[in-house]
Design a protein around this ligand. Structure first.
Ligand SMILES: NC(=O)c1ccc[n+]([C@@H]2O[C@H](COP(=O)([O-])OP(=O)(O)OC[C@H]3O[C@@H](n4cnc5c(N)ncnc54)[C@H](O)[C@@H]3O)[C@@H](O)[C@H]2O)c1
Ligand SMILES: [Zn+2]
Length: 368
């Protein structure tokens, strides 16, 4: 269990995801193995750099890299063009070349902003993801989407830029705050729901161990989640069709994040509520059975994730759903389960969502 490798097959842009306990202190060698050398900038934030910056820097220097660290602030506010600009200034000052390496050490925020800087500096330099949160290990570091927010919306500015290699050390997850750990589990449950019933059953059996971050279970869920995402991305790198299934739980989830002004819920928490309610919507429309809703809700609760739709007006919810990117002709494209391990993409009409929501409210009234 100690070392796993997951391939991401994208033709000339193919790369490897390495999952290995202790990998952080062998990063320099891992970069050499991936064919990289020369100058290397580690983009991180103060929280992560304090924990892991020295280990990474000394491993890079031992392997002969000219290493430096570039810090952006902790939190979502780092996903701003001003921080991209700051990273580009630092790379320019240090005379980074087309063959120099940019390494993202941190969660999804660091990965997104650093990846975007790597995508645009001299039209693209080698980029390496070293994700240190569960969300980043199972989701954001795989697939090549990079970018920052605009005042008018999240992730509005970005580019596809695939990493040369993704290096995951499961040990880094042990320092993650509990709420961040649990939020990441929502995306893991999502992979079971969209693609793999046996994996969903594994999560049902092992949730206790996962909440204790048992090493073996952690490596398994990270590897399986990456493999599922890599599979979907390999089929549809630029999100035209099949890649949309990764947005399961996100239509309602993104709406709840927006309504909560990105402060009330962590992304994974909103996705958990989104999955519970999108499954219920599917049941309401007759696309899946009640058993799917019940089992998923039980797993979400077992993980300690929220499952209740917060009080909000229909108009507010619907307009937030329309603001999501997955809209065509006034209808919202939603990913709905048919059974555990299988989803389909359906356009939702306003009227059917109204009917479902009013039935859902009555249901909440009867069974508190
Ligand atoms: N590019 C994609 O495909 C994609 C996919 C999903 C999410 N995202 C983006 O990812 C971001 C969310 O990522 P996130 O959930 O990792 O949040 P994050 O990057 O903000 O990290 C969460 C918190 O944990 C801290 N942290 C990171 N690693 C730690 C560690 N090992 N120990 C202790 N603390 C640690 C961070 O400093 C931060 O405070 C969002 O901006 C989202 O849009 C991108
Ligand atoms: Zn997500």
């Amino acid at each position: 269990v100690s070392a796993v490798s997951v391939p991401v097959s994208l033709g000339a842009r193919s790369y490897e995801i390495r999952i290995e306990s202790g990998l952080l202190s062998a990063i320099g060698d891992a970069l050499h193995t991936a064919g990289l050398s020369g100058k290397a900038a580690v983009v991180s934030n103060p929280t992560v750099a304090r924990l892991y910056g020295n280990t990474v820097q000394s491993s890079l220097r031992k392997a002969g890299f000219q290493a430096c660290v570039i810090l952006v602030p902790d939190g979502e506010r780092a996903k701003h063009l001003r921080w991209v600009s700051y990273i580009l200034d630092e790379l320019t000052k240090r005379s980074f070349e087309r063959s120099s390496v940019l390494i993202a050490l941190g969660g999804g925020v660091v990965g997104d902003v650093a990846g975007f800087a790597a995508a645009v500096y001299v039209r693209g330099i080698p980029f390496v993801q070293v994700p240190t949160t569960l969300v980043a290990q199972v989701d954001s570091s795989v697939g090549g989407k990079t970018g920052v927010n605009h005042a008018l919306g999240k992730n509005l500015i970005g580019a596809f830029h695939q990493p040369r290699v993704v290096l995951m050390d499961p040990d880094t997850l042990m320092s993650l705050p509990a709420r961040e750990w649990v939020a990441g589990l929502a995306e893991v449950i999502k992979y079971g729901m969209i693609a793999d019933e046996a994996f969903f059953e594994y999560l049902e059996r092992k949730m206790g161990a996962l909440l204790k971050r048992d090493r073996e279970a952690v490596v398994h869920i990270v590897a399986r989640s990456c493999a599922i995402k890599a599979d979907v991305v390999a089929e549809d790198e630029r999100e035209t069709d099949r890649r949309r299934i990764l947005n399961y739980g996100h239509t309602i989830g993104h709406a709840l994040e927006a309504i909560g002004r990105y402060r009330r819920f962590l992304h994974g928490e909103a996705v958990a509520i989104g999955m519970v309610h999108e499954a219920d919507l599917a049941r309401h429309m007759g696309w899946c059975g009640e058993d799917v809703v019940v089992r998923q809700r039980a797993l979400v609760r077992q993980a300690g994730l929220p499952d209740r739709l917060p009080a909000c007006r229909f108009a507010e919810l619907w307009s937030a759903m329309l603001h999501d990117k997955k809209v065509s002709k006034g209808r919202v494209l939603c990913v709905l389960p048919e059974r555990i391990g299988r989803v389909r993409i359906e356009p939702l009409e306003r009227s059917s969502v109204i009917r479902w929501l009013s039935a859902n409210r009555r249901w909440h009234g009867k069974k508190p």
